[in-house]
Write a new protein. Sequence first.
Length: 527
Amino acid sequence: MRLIEFADHTKANGSGSQPTALMPSARGTAEPLEESVASGIAAELGAITGAYVYPRSITLGQGGVYSLIREGLQKKLAIIGTEPVTDVPDNSESRSVSYDGQDLQLTLLPVSSSTAAFLREQFDWLTPVTFGTRTTVGCGDRLGLATPGHLRAVRLSPTGAWHPSSGIAPILAQQSIREMARTNRTPTDVMDDAMWGAFEEGWQAGFGADADHLKTTEDIDRCVAAGFTFYTFDPGAYVNNTYSTSAFDDLPWGDLETTSSETLARYTPRFEPAIVQRAFVKYGRAIAHVATLYRYLKSQMNGRLAQQFEVEVSVDETEQPTTHAEHTMIAGELRRLSVEWVSLAPRFVGRFEKGVDYIGDLEAFDRDCSGHAQIAREWGPYKLSIHSGSDKFSIYPLVAQHAGHEMYVHLKTAGTSYLEALRTVARANSTLFKDIYALAYERYPEDRASYHVSADPAKAPDNQLSGVSDPQTVLDQFDARQMLHVCFGSILSRYGADIKTVLRQNEEMHYADLQRHFMHHLESFCN
């Protein structure tokens, strides 16, 4: 199909509609143009624009053919039609072009927040959705460049077919307020970067947006305004690991809408009184805080009829594991308080350190995960959420086994995408990578303060990488990988612009590195 024939579908099917090949019958079942058709149209668009055209981005919309193009290292939205496009942002440029004997209008817009808002109005598949208990993977992206690589991993089934037969749904926009501060990004930045990646890949099967590790109502406000759909509540500051009888009596029973005697009566048929008291001392204030955040979020969403939302509860960043009894009581109390949630992240046994595999007894984790999965089915069903889930390859088969046929699981990753970006940098610009590593070596003693990590610089290659012939192998060494992970804030502050330039110059290499790495993460969870 040639460009003119493709554009004629606009007239044949009504202004702004799409031909059958692009029309999804429901979210999650859309398919892109055939590769050969997309490549042919991209070549013609490239001749008109004088730029590289991303073939999967080609889509019919209001006013013509939309696509993402690249001029040098700069990306733009291109719209080609027979008439000028109306209601575009003020920062657009438009000119007449002739092609194949026909006069056309070419409109170019920068990749910006205003253009992103305009594009969402044209295509509803660029607005994030909710997935409920469907298997999901959180694709944290600290650089804003990783989404195409993530989607290529999700898109491919084990046979290499396009359609995501794995059944795994991607949550593309995902970043905590803490990470946003360290990367100098806003919730809108995170949302827009994910959307542009989805458009580049022509991903019409739906994606989520996770406002991660929210602790305050102010955090909620910022993420609601940006259009997030998945809200992870982190009440870790309210968890108390020190037990005393007086602490149980002094809990905020009014906020919990119950009394100490009612609580004991509710749970002592199942658990010993001391176990109930310890559980509530540990998690009582956290439960009350989650209920407060949930009700606030719900009130903020009341006037936003088109904006659905779902909630995850996270108690993973605590000193002690969450026992099965504690998990049961957390779920019971949240339900009693009318909190609705789709996933919960307990603190499992063992150590979930950043950027490395699980540390601990796999048999103990197997038993622990089995119990938590049973509770999630009993009180939900809801998904078990695996936080700090990057690179925990040894436990993925166990989690998948206990998640059951329905695969009630959410795998949350973040730093691993940044580390794979550094792998691309190491391959493409070893000098820059060596500077990055030297900075991580310098900053690690201070930057590790907010993380539970155990990397020892003395066990890693020295700060000059003496004797290291292939710099990318440093990312496979436990201590070095973890040092690079936790120092991302310092590294991006000094070298962020340089890193992004290298990744843009080596875009396909970057996407391929991410795709390979993420397919390894997801293979255990493919139905």
